[in-house]
Write a protein that binds this ligand. Structure first.
Ligand code: NDP
Length: 302
């Protein structure tokens, strides 16, 4: 008998259930279907699965039916109040027992940890996760997925999750870690984008169109990655000694931006928040330190 004939049984077909068919849930289900994964879908408001069903998805008539269709259930709804409303009912909890639930909805780390405790109480195998990229990236190499929870559970289901394409990172067994990374990374996104909105407002007030500024804005953004690395090393080492720019110098540049904005009647509250932090650090005697000192100062009263 050749070695090949040992493998005559057909591989088990991969199946998954996707609960929540907002833009992201639909993108996830579509990517699973495209990869050939048997996909069952459910959404609170019926009728959101038309395109998916046309592509081969099974439309479940109830949450219980959706849960029992697969060993792996992915939930992606607006937040954990929504996941609780869907899943924390005795009949659904009974159906989930022994199955793996991957929660890709966004919320705060403590909600993830609390969901982990609920899952353990009900015999649900639970992984938490976060999606860091828009719906258009799902099913492409550009999607970014983060997970946390039991490592063996992640390893067991990794091959199915990988069918979504993109990069998948397991961050550790503290079930709140994916949400914590999500929170910190979204902090960068929202503060940067709000800063960019302010920059474009100043530029327009000076007769510079947004599209004229954008290429130069990208040049500024390109300086950030090495600065991120340098700051990370300094903060992990509690080393705030100024190597490039003391906080006093940063504070005076920020003050120029505030004064110029307000002279034009532009709301400078974004920059005022940053400048206020530098003033606080200076007041605490850290004016000669690097800007990274702000991280230590911001965390002081936690
Ligand atoms: P939404 O965040 O708008 O969530 C919509 C989904 O949540 C729908 O399925 C909706 O059901 C469901 N929902 C809302 N409230 C309830 C409730 N009380 N009970 C049951 N279901 C409820 O849309 P997205 O699909 O875009 O996002 C889903 C998750 O993915 C969010 O946590 C979001 O932060 C995250 N995410 C989204 C990205 C994106 O680009 N869209 C990018 C990265 C992450 P119904 O149709 O019945 O209203």
């Amino acid at each position: 008998m050749s070695a090949l004939t040992h493998h005559t049984t057909q591989p088990t077909r991969t199946t998954v259930t996707v609960i929540g068919l907002g833009p992201m849930g639909r993108a996830l289900a579509a990517a699973f279907l495209k990869a050939g994964v048997t996909t069952t879908v459910w959404n609170r408001t019926p009728g959101r699965d038309g395109d998916l069903v046309a592509s081969g998805a099974v439309s479940a008539g109830s949450v219980e039916e959706a849960v029992t269709a697969s060993d792996l259930i992915v939930v992606c709804v607006v937040d954990y109040n929504a996941t609780d409303a869907i899943l924390r009912r005795p009949e659904v909890e009974a159906a989930l027992k022994g199955r793996t639930l991957v929660n890709l909805s966004a919320d705060i780390p403590d909600r993830s940890r609390e969901a982990g405790r609920w899952a353990a109480e009900h015999g649900v195998r639970y992984l938490d996760g976060a999606i860091m990229t828009p719906t258009t990236t799902i099913g492409t190499p550009h999607g970014v997925f983060l997970y946390s929870g039991p490592q063996d559970l992640y390893d067991e289901h990794k091959s199915v999750l990988d069918e979504l394409s993109g990069s998948h990172s397991f961050l550790g067994e503290d079930v709140g870690r994916a949400a914590a990374f999500d929170l910190a990374l979204l902090d960068i996104w929202w503060t940067s984008m709000t800063g960019y909105m302010h920059a474009l407002t100043i530029a327009r007030a000076e007769g510079i169109s947004a599209q004229e500024l954008a290429p130069f804005a990208k040049g500024i953004a390109a300086i950030l990655p090495p600065s991120f690395d340098e700051a990370a090393v300094e903060i992990d080492n509690d080393d705030y000694i100024a190597k490039v720019n003391p906080i006093t110098s940063s504070a005076s540049t920020m003050a120029h931006i505030i004064h110029a904005s307000e002279a034009r009647g532009i709301d400078a509250s974004v920059m005022r928040a940053a400048e206020g932090l530098t003033r606080r650090a200076i007041g605490l005697g850290h004016g000669g330190d690097e800007l990274t000192r702000l991280s230590e100062v911001m965390g002081r009263h936690l």
